[in-house]
Design a protein. Structure first.
Length: 299
């Protein structure tokens, strides 16, 4: 069985057999954007005695993957340009910063976080003892993108400092919410109230497993209404106001202050990343996101 893979580090496509280390290797930098070179390699591979339709299909998929990684556009955009070849940037390192770090942090991580903070939806979970959707940036980066993240931070020290400052505020928020949670969990009056309302609603049944923890989680997240399909929706809607009476005002004030500080910081950081992206795009003539070129045949 032949295994066909693209090596993004060496920029090669490798054909490996389960019985042999390496049958064949193609250097994608040698092909570059030359369609004639690519076609020659396709015929070479097709002529091998170990080539099958599945191998050719995997080869085409690897070419597509390589073009996206190397040039930020699909294979058709790279090789089917006819008389008007697309302008393809050679600054792959800068592209990786923009596409995999700046865009990821600004458009996904911070965007989701800002939405949660505006709604005062901390998404704190008692199981993990931290916020689910408000996370340190460093922990939010996908594992396979960590080398790009580290490279970006080495060359952009001021941004790295801002990332660290953000992560410190997130840590403070988690700590404050955890403190609020522990206070409610240890509060005998609050526990007694939870038991009382449970029996009022469910009659003689014993509280289900983790009932107290789940209700306290709702309380520390300041949940106003649970999702429509949530099993505790009606119960929570009926008793939430009674549970709000049990408060630790100093801790709650600290939570809201940290949340507001983080929201303001995120908005500023998002703008800084947007400005940096524009600066890099202009300097290196790189699109702000991968561009797919579609060729329409001339009639």
């Amino acid at each position: 069985m032949i295994k066909t893979t693209f090596n993004p580090k060496e920029l090669t496509i490798n054909f490996d057999d389960t019985e042999q280390d390496n049958l064949y290797e193609i250097d994608m930098e040698e092909i570059n954007t030359n369609p004639e070179e690519l076609l020659d390699y396709i015929f070479q591979i097709a002529g091998k005695n170990w080539c099958t339709p599945e191998v050719l299909k995997d080869f085409i998929n690897c070419i597509e993957n390589a073009c996206q990684k190397m040039y930020g556009i699909n294979a058709q955009g790279v090789y089917c340009h006819h008389k008007n070849p697309p302008k393809i940037s050679k600054h792959r390192r800068i592209q990786s910063w923009i596409y995999k770090i700046i865009n990821e942090v600004k458009m996904i991580i911070l965007s989701k976080e800002i939405s949660c903070l505006k709604n005062k939806n901390w998404t704190w979970r008692y199981i993990i003892q931290e916020c689910e959707d408000i996370m340190p940036i460093k922990e939010s980066i996908k594992f396979e993108m960590c080398p790009i993240y580290e490279d970006f931070c080495i060359e952009n020290k001021e941004i790295e400092k801002l990332f660290s400052q953000h992560d410190g505020i997130v840590k403070d928020l988690n700590k404050a919410i955890s403190e609020f949670y522990d206070c409610l969990l240890k509060s005998n009056p609050f526990q007694e109230k939870l038991t009382e309302i449970y029996h009022l609603w469910y009659k003689e049944q014993q509280p289900y497993e983790n009932y107290y923890k789940r209700m306290i989680e709702n309380r520390v997240n300041f949940i106003e209404e649970l999702p429509i399909n949530h099993s505790d929706k009606e119960f929570w809607n009926k008793f939430k106001d009674e549970l709000k009476q049990y408060t630790f005002s100093e801790i709650e004030t600290k939570i809201f202050d940290i949340g507001n500080n983080l929201l303001e910081f995120d908005i500023i950081l998002s703008k800084i990343l947007k400005d940096l992206r524009t600066k890099l795009c202009v300097k290196y003539d790189i699109p702000a996101a991968p561009v797919t070129f579609t060729h329409y045949p001339q009639h």
